[in-house]
Design a protein around this ligand. Structure first.
Ligand code: NDP
Length: 283
């Protein structure tokens, strides 16, 4: 049997196994998708084991997305530019890294939020691994201006440096997460899309930004999918178009499934399974 897995540390929260197993079963593919907790110190050994076993591939999540890059044999164009891998395809003993977070974001914002980033102004909250993939996608989609806002300004600058190497058209700026959003009214007034890629919001009472600071007509996306809605989305909903992180999770998973199997992913089945798993994990 071919094996698939998601690795992370911790990994207990992941709903990828429910979603991917449902997809495999619905197409009658005899493979098992499991979650494996891999501590940072064990990553190199685990990757070596991938070359020998009956593996089809893996998904990679926090904290391994960047650390796994030098352990692989080759990278897709996106993964190389973004500097992070969330999907590995095992081909014999060779390992190729991909980043399907970028295409997952692109499909979610287009198909589920009906938002085309081309020529638009974006406020990107966060500068971690997810932000790198989102920024790549925004630049590829020809967003006009992206303001990167992060608690740690050095990390935001490092993202800006990386993005400057692959961005030819968007105007990129970087700033701190301000303590008072009043200072930001002018900046946010021109903003068409706010994307929260920080982990602020995983706790129900936290929000990275008061929704009242976001102008009418903007779209708000939170990459967090549990709780649903996050406080940011709940406060935005009455006035603004909102989208949570579940569609992106499903689409990045569907793209990974297609890389492993060469088959078209059953996206409807994956949405249903992910939704069920989200509800179960929130109890
Ligand atoms: P990282 O650890 O790489 O980055 C975390 C980000 O959150 C950093 O910008 C960090 O800022 C910021 N942050 C964390 N705590 C605070 C705080 N207390 N105040 C202000 N900022 C804070 O994580 P990822 O980028 O991989 O993931 C981020 C989120 O996106 C997670 O919630 C994850 O579940 C979600 N995600 C969703 C996906 C989907 O498909 N829906 C895909 C990938 C991720 P600093 O640099 O200052 O530390």
């Amino acid at each position: 049997m071919r094996r698939l897995a998601v690795i992370g540390y911790p990994i207990g929260h992941s709903i990828s196994p429910a979603m991917q197993q449902a997809a495999l079963d619905s197409l009658g593919i005899e493979a098992e998708y499991v979650k494996i907790e891999v501590a940072p110190g064990d990553l190199a050994t685990f990757v070596q084991e991938l070359r020998a076993g009956d593996w089809g591939g893996i998904n990679v999540t926090v904290p391994h997305k960047q650390a796994i890059v030098p352990l692989l044999d080759s990278l897709s164009e996106e993964a190389a530019a973004i500097g992070a891998v969330n999907t590995v395809v095992v081909d014999g003993s060779r390992l190729r890294g991909h980043n399907t977070d970028a295409s997952g974001f692109k499909r979610a914002i287009r198909d589920d939020a009906g938002f085309d980033p081309a020529g638009r102004n974006v406020c990107l909250l966060g500068a971690g691994g997810a932000a790198r993939a989102v920024l790549w996608s925004l630049c590829e989609s020809r967003a006009r201006r992206v303001l990167i806002v992060n608690r740690t300004v050095e990390r935001a600058k490092s993202l800006l440096d990386a993005a400057s190497r692959w961005n030819d058209w968007a105007e990129l700026e970087v700033d701190l997460l301000p303590s008072t959003w009043g200072e930001w009214s002018d900046t946010l007034a021109a903003c068409d899309l706010v994307v929260n890629t920080t982990s602020v919001g995983l706790h129900r009472s936290d929000t990275p930004l008061p929704a009242s600071a976001i102008p009418d007509g903007a779209t708000v996306m939170d990459l967090i999918y549990n709780p649903r809605p996050t406080r940011l989305l709940a406060e935005s909903m009455p006035r603004l178009r909102t989208i949570d992180g579940l569609p992106m999770l499903v689409y990045q998973g569907a793209a990974a499934f297609e890389l492993w199997t060469g088959l078209s992913a059953p996206v409807g089945v994956m949405f249903e399974a992910a939704e069920r798993a989200r509800i179960e994990s929130s109890h």
